[in-house]
Design a protein around this ligand. Structure first.
Ligand SMILES: *Cc1c(COP(=O)(O)O)cnc(C)c1O
Length: 422
């Protein structure tokens, strides 16, 4: 459920007409709904009420400080994957003890920065990383709390680029070697083992792979405890999918997911941590764009928009399907048109949809991409020298620009021409 609905024949973001935002900030832009963000976070939070828990928002899905603040105010922790995300979370006021550091390539500098600034735990992904973290922690005279990310070798049955839990993926250590690795960690004076971490992929639309992974984690918890380790926290990752195509997908709900967690690991008495990104931010955002031209081709019509793959890369990168709707509500029974929906970038990959049936629109009409809140703005670039598009946050009847569109001058001024070329 989200808070982008038609009212009086036009699309609203909560209580603000999308067209009003477009008039104020220009197109294209991203707009997020505060109520949707909070609603999705709360669903997860309540689904874990059976245990001590913390829902850590995966910041890589949407990392604007305003979004971080909305979620942190609602009680969320943060899952970060870089020093930059860590500093953003801190800048948004999130305390270090609610920030979890994930990722396969943490550098010694990032470890130092987060140990000094405060961190809830490191989700360690390899033995070499463990060795470096031990050294950094000892050099600072502190002890780093860690979980080890185990790779349970389950097929998440999602897009290959976002599956992470098979043995062929770069993530975590094979679960079969976990006891050995935990034994090694226990001998390192700069580390303190506190739990286990697992994350098998993104956009999962079936609970079965989670169930398989969490059963393996439960079994491992008992083995590690028998080996003498204190396992008091389980970080079960993120990855629950959202319905991009409203008609034919009905992914599991956070309540079903919570019940699954209770069923598989609830008996262990551990504190539960999860790291959802997409399910919190995905349906909380739209990308709004304007039609530049409708071009008739030989066998098809092209809808040429002012947004492109550099603004929303998911269709080009993951063959993702986004619902694209007109901002003016179509008349009931209006005949649908069929378009290839594309942007102005000079590659054929700059195609948002092929042969898409949607209500007919014309030049200067606004269209909205639904479910664009996750992996949208954060993955945007200035390819083709198109300035990064702005982000807007709505809360009830108010809205604010939370990242401004750079001017052409600002964009160009970032380059430096060496003196020898002058
Ligand atoms: C990407 C990622 C997540 C979030 O995944 P979603 O599909 O957005 O929920 C959580 N944890 C880790 C370690 C990740 O890499």
């Amino acid at each position: 459920m989200d808070h982008f609905l038609y009212r009086d024949g036009t699309l609203y973001a909560e209580d603000v007409p999308v067209a009003e935002i477009a008039a104020a900030v220009g197109t294209p832009f991203y707009v997020y709904s505060t109520a949707t963000l909070i609603r999705h976070f709360t669903l997860f939070d309540e689904a874990l009420d059976f245990a001590d828990h913390l829902v850590c928002f995966a910041m890589k899905s949407a990392s604007n400080q305003a979004i971080i603040k909305v979620l942190a105010n609602a009680g969320a922790g943060m899952d970060v994957v870089s020093g930059g995300e860590y500093l953003r979370a801190k800048a948004a006021g999130v305390p270090g003890d609610k920030i979890v550091f994930s990722g396969v390539g943490k550098t010694a500098d990032e470890m130092r920065m987060t140990l000094e600034g405060g961190i809830r735990q490191f989700n360690v992904e390899s033995e070499p990383e463990m060795v470096v973290l031990d050294q950094v922690a000892q050099s600072l005279g502190v002890v780093a709390p860690i979980t080890v990310r185990v790779n349970p070798d389950v097929d998440a049955k999602t897009h290959a680029k976002i599956a992470t839990g098979k043995s062929e993926n770069k993530f975590g250590i094979p679960i079969s070697r976990a006891r050995e690795v935990y034994a090694m960690a226990a001998k390192m004076p700069g580390l303190k083992v506190i739990g286990i971490d697992v994350h098998i992929g993104s956009q999962l639309t079936d609970l079965a792979p989670f169930e398989a992974a969490y059963r393996k984690v439960a079994e491992l918890t008992e083995q590690l405890r028998a080996d003498g380790h204190e396992i008091k926290r389980l970080d079960l990752g993120g990855g629950l999918g959202i319905p991009y195509a409203r008609s034919n997908e009905a992914p599991p709900l956070p309540t079903d997911y919570g019940a699954l967690i209770q069923r598989t690991v609830g008996h262990l008495g551990c504190e539960i941590e999860i790291e959802p990104g997409r399910l919190i931010s995905g349906n909380a955002g739209l990308m709004v764009s304007k039609v530049i031209y409708v071009k008739s081709g030989e066998d098809r019509d092209f809808l040429i928009l002012d947004s492109a793959m550099n603004d929303l890369i998911r269709p080009a990168m993951y063959e993702a399907w986004h619902d694209i709707v007109p901002v003016i509500e179509p008349a009931p029974g209006a005949a649908p048109a069929k378009y290839d929906i594309v942007g102005p970038v000079c590659e054929s990959g700059d195609t948002f949809a092929k042969g898409r049936e949607m209500p007919a629109v014309g030049p200067d009409d606004l269209v909205a991409f639904r479910s664009a809140g996750a992996y949208g703005a954060v993955m945007s670039s200035e390819y083709n020298s198109r300035p990064l598009i702005p982000e807007v946050l709505v809360d009830g009847d108010q809205f604010a620009v939370i990242r401004a569109r750079p001017t052409y001058e600002e964009m160009i001024a970032r380059d430096t021409v060496p003196v020898w070329l002058d």
